[in-house]
Design a protein around this ligand. Structure first.
Ligand code: 5GP
Ligand code: MN
Ligand code: MN
Ligand code: MN
Length: 291
């Protein structure tokens, strides 16, 4: 049927999972980028933090990867119509972290607050096989933890429409041992195949290959974004904006000429070295006629 042909169209590549070397996709991206087959241009944030809010536009304010440090960021979050958080708001998804986050996000004035979980929100993924979870994380997390977040709207493989703007959110990513893990290739692509063609603003936790996905380890640079997510975005969904986080090293905005890609990671580093360093990223979507 239709979904089969759609799948063939986007499943142009299968990448063997190769965690923490990631070389196959780094070389693949280099080849695509050098030959001009794929475009990635670094651009400034679409809207400056002190720009006024316009009546005929919807102001989005994007953050991600606050890892328990939202309180510190609160004074630096500009107002807007829709606040989005692309996951990793906690470190382990524990109850007290969730209660704290809920209280803090509740202080913000934005009329809409859309949140997706990240890999650190242990327990949010109802389908998680606990026997596959890293032994270190075994006793952490909160089952159905999203129920504690009463001051925002948590979406998972779900579309929400605000002022006629279609926002779709999904948390799946290729980092093993954590919540919402799926191997690269067909298992992740199955999740990307759920994203509707009509999506205007796509929210994921992981970046796609080539945009906001550059990891630095000593002197090595490699790209860890998902190739099938890039294919899905460029060949099928073509959203106006794609917001994500997860790769703390590559905050900023890029474009391929069709979609604006936003890595909204707020924190840099990991573990005890996590620090709030990056500002929220803002963009406007013109109101459709009738809204
Ligand atoms: P987090 O643990 O907050 O999800 O991710 C933190 C950091 O882990 C990222 O900034 C990045 O350095 C690293 N990381 C996340 N996902 C991947 C991946 O798929 N491959 C590699 N090599 N590193 C990753
Ligand atoms: Mn579309
Ligand atoms: Mn993170
Ligand atoms: Mn993450």
């Amino acid at each position: 049927g239709q979904s089969d042909s759609k799948r063939k169209k986007v499943a142009s590549l299968t990448i063997e999972p190769d965690l923490f070397s990631d070389d196959p996709i780094t070389s693949l991206w280099k080849e695509w980028f050098m030959s001009g087959k794929r475009i990635c241009k670094k651009i400034d944030a679409p809207v400056k933090s002190d720009e006024p809010i316009y009546k005929d536009k919807v102001r989005f304010v994007c953050i991600s990867d606050t890892h328990g440090k939202l309180e510190e960021l609160l004074p630096h979050i500009p107002n807007g119509d829709i606040l989005v958080h692309c996951g990793d708001f906690t470190n382990l998804g524990d109850r007290h972290e969730l209660e704290e986050f809920n209280e803090q996000i509740g202080k913000l004035p934005h009329p809409h607050k859309i949140v997706i979980a990240g890999n650190h929100e242990l327990g949010f993924d109802d389908s998680e096989d606990l026997s596959l979870r890293n032994i270190f994380f075994k006793d952490y997390g909160t089952c159905e933890g999203y129920k504690l977040l009463t001051n925002c709207t948590v979406i998972q493989d779900q579309m929400i429409e605000i002022n006629g703007i279609k926002i779709y959110g999904t948390s799946w990513h290729p980092l093993e041992n954590f919540a919402y893990y799926r191997p690269r290739g067909e298992p992740l692509l199955e999740k990307w195949n759920l994203i509707p063609d009509s999506t205007d603003v796509l929210l994921t936790h992981t970046p796609p290959l080539g945009h906001g996905d550059l990891v630095l380890r000593w002197i090595a640079h490699f790209r860890v974004g998902d190739v099938d997510l890039l294919n899905t975005i460029e060949n099928r969904v073509k959203p106006k904006f794609h917001v994500f986080g997860h790769i703390h090293e590559d905050h900023g905005v890029t474009t391929n000429g069709v979609t604006t890609f936003i890595n909204a990671s707020i924190c840099k580093g990991y573990g005890y070295a996590l620090k709030v360093v990056n500002p929220p990223i803002l963009f406007d979507v013109p109101l459709k006629p009738g809204f």
